[in-house]
Structure formats: structure tokens, C-alpha cells
Design a protein around this ligand. Structure first.
Ligand code: AMP
Length: 174
């Protein structure tokens, strides 16, 4: 599992890791964008309701290609989601190998989000929305990080380093 702030490089690193390990990359944000649900909430940088996200991610995890494992990216984002994932894994005989936290300072996240918004046209990367996404992340994620720290699963990776170096750190952490 990979988490970190908006713009921390979760998607980039999850794709690299997926190639390296040969297991699918499951992004809650991409699942939501593909379905086109809760566009309005997402465009404001707010979180989508926990039950919607958990249902989507669990359905995806039940696909045969995820039977040998998967890289979860951007999920869980709340303690409720983390607890739901624990229950799901208990029921399905799964376990979390590592919770990798991509640590990037807030000012660098803002810089990256604004650059990505200009390049990709992703509406939720506009400066005002980016600030809101960052605030939501800073509000919710500490409890999730603590949840995995308490279980000895947390590994912090310096996400401000160049892409290849972050990738190497992640491989070492695994
Ligand atoms: P991302 O692609 O991970 O940056 O997610 C884009 C947007 O999708 C977020 O700003 C949220 O609105 C929504 N989203 C993605 N993952 C979650 C999640 N685990 N819980 C709630 N909302 C989510």
C-alpha cells in the first residue's frame, strides 16, 4: 500500500512497482474517475464517502488478477477505510505487506499539484482545490499513518527525491 499527500508521486511509484512486481496497481482515484461518480465532490477536493470507495476497491481486489497481491494506491485515506480493509483482509485471508508513506513537504506538494494541473488539465489540481485537497489530507491521514505504525507496518520513504531514487527506496523497504 502506498500513501502520501496529493502530488506525492503515489501514482508514478505505484505504476513502477506494478511493473517490477507483476501485480496490479489499484488506485481508488482512478477507479472513481473511470466510473464518473461523485464528480462534484472530487472537483472540490473533498473525499468521496467511505462506503462508496471501500465497495469499489474491494470489488476490484476480488478480481482474479489481484489474487497474488496488489498495490493499493490512495486507499485507505481515512481510519474508517483502514478498519474496513482490515476486516476485508481477515475475511479473505489476506494481509498487508507494507504501508509505504511517501513523505513530501507541503510546499513541494503545492508546487507539484499546480504544475500537474497546468500540464494535464486535471481540474482538481487547480491552486484553490489543491489547497483544499492538501488540507483534507493533513486532517485525515495522520490517523491512518498511526494505524499502520501501531501495527509495525509503516515505512516512511523520502518522496521529495528523484523518481528513480524513490523507486529504489521503495524496493529496499519491501
Ligand atoms: P487521487 O487520484 O488519489 O488523487 O484521488 C482523486 C480524488 O478522488 C480525491 O481528491 C478524492 O476526492 C477521491 N478519492 C480517491 N481516493 C479516495 C479515498 N480512498 N477516499 C475518499 N476519496 C477518495
Amino acid at each position: 500500500m502506498l500513501f502520501g499527500g496529493p502530488g506525492a508521486g503515489k501514482g508514478t511509484q505505484a505504476r513502477l512497482l506494478s511493473e517490477e512486481l507483476g501485480i496490479p496497481h489499484i488506485s481508488s482515484g482512478e477507479l472513481l474517475r473511470a466510473l464518473g461518480v461523485h464528480r462534484e465532490l472530487m472537483s472540490r477536493g473533498e473525499l468521496v464517502p467511505d462506503d462508496v470507495v471501500t465497495e469499489l476497491v474491494f470489488t476490484r481486489l476480488e478480481q482474479p488478477d489481484a489474487a497474488q497481491g496488489a498495490i493499493l494506491e490512495g486507499f485507505p485515506r481515512t481510519l474508517t477505510q483502514a478498519q474496513a480493509l482490515d476486516r476485508w483482509l481477515d475475511e479473505h485471508g489476506g494481509a498487508i505487506r507494507r504501508a509505504l508513506y511517501l513523505d513530501v513537504p507541503a510546499d513541494e506538494l503545492v508546487r507539484r499539484l499546480v504544475a500537474r494541473g497546468q500540464e494535464s488539465g486535471r481540474g482538481d489540481d487547480r491552486a484553490t482545490v489543491a489547497a483544499r485537497r492538501l488540507a483534507v489530507f493533513e486532517d485525515r491521514l495522520p490517523l491512518v499513518v498511526q494505524h499502520y505504525a501501531d501495527r509495525g507496518l509503516l515505512q516512511v520513504v523520502d518522496g521529495a527525491r528523484p523518481i528513480e531514487e524513490v523507486h529504489r527506496q521503495i524496493l529496499e523497504a519491501l
